[in-house]
Design a protein around this ligand. Sequence first.
Ligand code: 4NP
Length: 168
Amino acid sequence: MVSHNITEEELKGKRRILFVCLGNICRSPAAEGIMKSIVDAEGAVDFAIDSAGTARYHIGELPDHRMRIHARRRGIELDHHCRQVTSIDFEDFDLVIGMDDSNLANLRRIAPSPEAERKILGMSAFFNKSTHYDYVPDPYYEGAEGFELVLDLLEEGCRNLYKAVSER
Ligand code: 4NP
């Protein structure tokens, strides 16, 4: 479990984390909700967790109702309001985590500096080695299994991400 452009040592203490997908109504707000629930359960302080989308389609909206229902079944309420990622986010966050290759390419396009670009990581860098996915698949045009798969991948990835950034 090593990410592409940052060492495990450098990950320690990186507590300002932005999750990014295309629409910011399915995958990234779910990642935000899951990561916040882990941070709360651990009693960890000084974390700033948020999410954003590369697209503008759904700005201001709550997450997709299907994702809200599936997350609620796992005890996670999603109340984020959709916003678009901007180059300022690279100042406000230590890690900018994309869900798939298209998200990562879009993030690299708006990263304002090489230093900012080094903050971009793929969520799959935090999957278990045995997991046969190297991205978080877009569930928007899928059925219930698509949403459950996303939540399974994100729970696994966020647990490993939390371990990677926590200093204990
Ligand atoms: P997300 O899913 O990137 O996980 O939020 C999508 C949401 C909306 C659309 C595409 C993907 N859309 O085309 O509106």
